[in-house]
Design a protein around this ligand. Structure first.
Ligand code: NAP
Length: 265
């Protein structure tokens, strides 16, 4: 093992999930995955298809969603999709009215679709839309879906699992104000819901995900070269969290970064 591999092993310890365990938690249950057309969400959908979960997939890329649904059906499970821009409030309202009727009993809602923007505030002087778009997708759309699907989740004793970012735990890194603000909003919603939902049958969980090699992260050549989890491994992190009693996943080194970030303030 060379130094690079050791570093990767330490910071990103391998993660996997057993198919038998997956099957016992997900087979035959309805699961909604947003952002299912690419990266982490796509791998998540593929693992769930493999254990015959019933899927409802959401993203913009219709061709991709359609072929995932075809694959699911060819493997003997049910799958549907809605191709939608989750930032479009009118389309989102229609989906939020429609989904509870189509899924009256929902076991898992993975709030995973996301957009990241790396741009300083100074360079955003005429780009208010960057802040609106990240907030609308990363935060507002998922709160909207969660509220609409609460009755269906209550019936199943279901779970809402958010994909957040570990860097939003120490958010003052230059260039990430729009992305981190939207993920911090998610973090606050989840920690509040965690307490509010105690008397309900619905559980909320959040993954503070570290770097993952996906189309989102790999647009930046610097991130492309860095050690990171694969999208498969990140999907396993979400699945393991969804099968556990824990409220959150965060990499073991998150607390060190958090302390370090106080010195940078
Ligand atoms: N990659 C990382 O290093 C990393 C680290 C921490 C957290 N995360 C989080 O992980 C989640 C998944 O990201 P990823 O890395 O897998 O990125 P990705 O490969 O770019 O996937 C993003 C997904 O979100 C969907 N999406 C984007 N804009 C949308 C819109 N307007 N309406 C509906 N769907 C939309 C995309 O589908 P369409 O383009 O088809 O719409 C795609 O399926 C995100 O919430 C991200 O913030 C990623």
């Amino acid at each position: 093992m060379n130094l690079n591999d050791c570093w990767k092993y330490l910071i990103y310890p391998p993660v996997d999930v057993d198919d038998e365990a997956l099957r016992s938690h997900f087979a035959g249950k309805w699961v909604v995955v947003t952002g299912a057309s690419s990266g982490i969400g796509e791998k998540l959908a593929l693992r769930l298809i493999g254990v015959k979960a019933k899927l409802y997939l959401i993203a913009r890329n219709e061709q991709k969603l359609n072929s995932l649904c075809d694959l699911a059906k060819s493997q003997g499970t049910e799958a549907h999709y809605t191709a939608i821009d989750l930032r479009d409030r009118e389309q989102l309202d229609v989906l939020c009215r429609d989904l509870p009727r189509r899924l009256p009993c929902l076991s898992f809602l993975f709030c995973n679709a996301g957009k990241s923007i790396h741009r300083t505030i100074h360079d955003s002087e005429s780009r208010m839309h960057d802040f609106d778009r990240t907030m609308d997708l990363n935060y507002r759309a998922h709160v909207s879906l969660s509220l609409a699907l609460m009755p269906s989740l209550r019936i199943a004793g279901g779970r809402i699992v958010f994909t957040s970012s570990v860097s939003s735990l120490y958010p003052s890194i230059p260039g990430w104000s729009a992305y981190h603000a939207s993920k911090c909003a998610v973090n606050v919603w989840c920690t509040t819901a965690r307490h509010e939902f105690k008397s309900l049958k619905v559980k909320v969980q959040i993954a503070y995900m570290p770097l993952v090699h996906t189309p989102m992260a790999d647009v930046d050549p610097q991130y492309r070269r860095m050690p990171a989890y694969s999208a498969d491994e990140a999907a396993c992190i979400l699945l393991r969290l969804a099968m556990s009693r824990k409220f959150s996943y965060r990499p073991w080194w998150a607390w060190i970064m958090k302390i370090g970030s106080h010195f940078g303030e």
